[in-house]
Design a protein around this ligand. Structure first.
Ligand code: FES
Length: 63
């Protein structure tokens, strides 16, 4: 599913960046450009960050 239409960034891509350490909208923007155009996706990006970050605490072993 595409979260950011402008930059064609999927929810999977955002979760991947969270797994790599992104914990804010700014860091996601720098990592994959999501949310840097019209801005309508930013609320959804924040939701994905918070849900992914909360779950990732238990899965540190994957590195
Ligand atoms: S949909 Fe993400 S910046 Fe427009």
């Amino acid at each position: 599913m595409l979260v950011c239409i402008c930059k064609a960034v999927s929810d999977r891509r955002i979760r991947e960046e969270v797994r790599r350490g992104a914990r804010s909208l700014t860091q996601i923007r720098e990592a994959c450009n999501a949310g840097t155009d019209c801005g309508s996706c930013t609320r959804q990006i924040r939701q994905i960050i918070s849900s992914s970050a909360a779950g990732s605490e238990h899965h540190q072993s994957r590195g």
